[in-house]
Design a protein around this ligand. Structure first.
Ligand code: FES
Length: 476
């Protein structure tokens, strides 16, 4: 079915209880027929202690959970899944929890990117092969977001994404610490001899203050914002911190909504369109999002047959102002963004840049969803007449080093670096860089351009995030 066809079949309003037809549920194919195979399906549910009242004539809602003891950002998912279950039961569905591969950035080697497509395949096949009417996708840490969305889009079974939510802000002495970016800053200070072992240890103890994803506008938060702008998660979900009471309520609401998605048969193909992906790009650019998002947006677009070129990002970037003053490029953290009104309030300031008619999983259009969202703090979410920058959230460059194109977050760079000439110091691979970066005889000056080869999809392999090269000790 083409996406043009499927959008015409979007039927809001069919959630009226009188319109609910259990025989149309996908799971009815497993459980309803009076035949030997269905007998087996029903009797084995009963083996697990379920009765007719648990599943008969009810949507079976899968909770795809990426919890793992080795995923540092999803440690609350073991409890949070109970809130999702609560919501599904409230709305008259049958919750079934299905674990899927967890991709935690911090402990997986060589890189989670090597496994993004594996999780996408797993999600797609898990959804397709089971008696699942709709799904709640519980992800958050960087690659889990695009992977789960890619799988759900390809399976095209009603789905709603529940982001893990960012960590709370961290404090050290008088400083507010941001995960990711401040690690690099204080590592450089330590390497320069400006930070004693005791201070370094204190930072290690407090920089990850709670469960949740990195609280800067890194890849996880960027992808959560893109997901909400694309209409695949409930309003407010992108910024709600992982451990506040609102996150539990969001989880229950997401569970309730998943039941309605099953009855209404609202599938990803009704929500994810070329226009909604462009809304995701606008969101990415106005929050000064992670450049990693481009790789994932291109992959998501590919799942609906959309060719998304780097030039498209460049042209949208030229008209979208950066309004979110968020680290690592800006000043504030995700908790500040949440308290300032969150993504919906920011997008409401950019209505003219968005496809407001796009449908979302909550049944409203994006325009309706953000209409009453107000900015509470103009420092964090800037007004249109005082943006962080008028354009250029992400810029695309071409040249002899990148004939097919590369991307740069211009706003995060010192303006003096946007035009630069200097000697190049080339490392052939990561091992060579690691072995020689702190060599006191390294041929490096403040003007040197550091280049790391063999760091792409094939070379590393898997396209790890090695772009943040450490500053050579000699310069520190
Ligand atoms: Fe999981 Fe940053 S390490 S979101």
């Amino acid at each position: 079915m083409s996406h043009a066809d499927s959008s015409e079949q979007f039927v809001p309003g069919s959630q009226e209880p009188s319109h609910r037809d259990p025989s149309k549920l996908r799971s009815a194919r497993w459980f309803a027929p009076d035949d030997l195979r269905s007998f087996g399906h029903r009797s084995r549910l009963k083996q697990m202690g379920f009765d007719d009242e648990d599943y008969k004539d009810k949507p079976m809602v899968a909770i795809l959970n990426t919890w793992s003891d080795l995923n540092t950002c999803h440690s609350h998912f073991k409890e949070r899944v109970q809130d999702v279950r609560r919501g599904i039961l409230q709305a008259g569905g049958m919750p079934v929890e299905v674990p899927v591969m967890s991709l935690g950035e911090m402990l997986m080697k060589p890189t989670t990117m090597l496994y993004r497509n594996l999780l996408a395949m797993e999600v797609e096949e898990v959804l397709r092969c089971h008696p699942i009417d709709s799904a709640v996708l519980m992800g958050g840490c960087d690659k889990t977001v695009p992977a789960m969305l890619m799988g759900a889009i390809s399976a095209d079974i009603p789905s709603v994404f529940l982001p893990a939510g960012p960590m709370l802000k961290a404090r050290w002495k008088q400083e507010t610490l941001g995960s990711g970016s401040d690690v690099w800053k204080y590592w450089a200070e330590r390497s320069a001899g400006n930070l004693c072992d005791g201070d370094w240890r204190e930072i290690e103890n407090c920089i990850g203050r709670s469960a949740g994803t990195c609280m800067t506008m890194g890849t996880a938060s960027t992808m959560a914002c893109i997901t909400e702008a694309m209409g695949m998660s409930l309003p407010g979900s992108a910024c709600t911190p992982a451990v506040v009471a609102e996150h539990s309520r969001l989880a229950a609401a997401t569970g309730r909504r998943a039941v309605e998605l099953a009855w209404q048969d609202i599938r990803p193909s009704h929500v994810v369109t070329e226009q909604s992906i462009e809304n995701g790009i606008v969101a990415d650019l106005t929050i000064g999002g992670s450049t990693n998002a481009i790789v994932h947006l291109i992959a998501l677009a590919g799942r609906i047959g959309m060719q998304l070129s780097l030039d498209r990002f460049d042209s949208i970037s030229s008209r979208v102002p950066v309004l979110g003053d968020l680290r690592p490029g800006g000043r504030f953290l995700m908790e500040d963004f949440y308290n300032a009104g969150g993504l919906g309030a920011l997008l409401n300031r950019l209505r003219d840049q968005l496809h407001l008619e796009c449908r979302t999983v909550n049944g409203m259009t994006l325009g309706e969803q953000i209409a009453d969202q107000e900015v509470i703090d103009d420092e964090v979410i800037r007004p249109r007449d005082n943006p962080v920058s008028a354009s250029g959230g992400t810029c695309v460059l071409y040249g002899n080093l990148a004939p097919s194109g590369c991307v740069i977050k211009a706003g995060a760079a010192d303006p003096s670096l946007l035009k630069h000439r200097g000697p190049a110091l080339v490392f052939d691979n990561y091992a060579q860089l690691k072995a020689s970066i702190d060599d006191p005889d390294l041929a490096v000056s403040a003007d040197t351009v550091l280049i790391l080869r063999s760091a792409g999809p094939l070379g590393a392999p898997g396209f790890p995030e090695w772009g943040m090269l450490p500053i050579p000790k000699k310069l520190l």
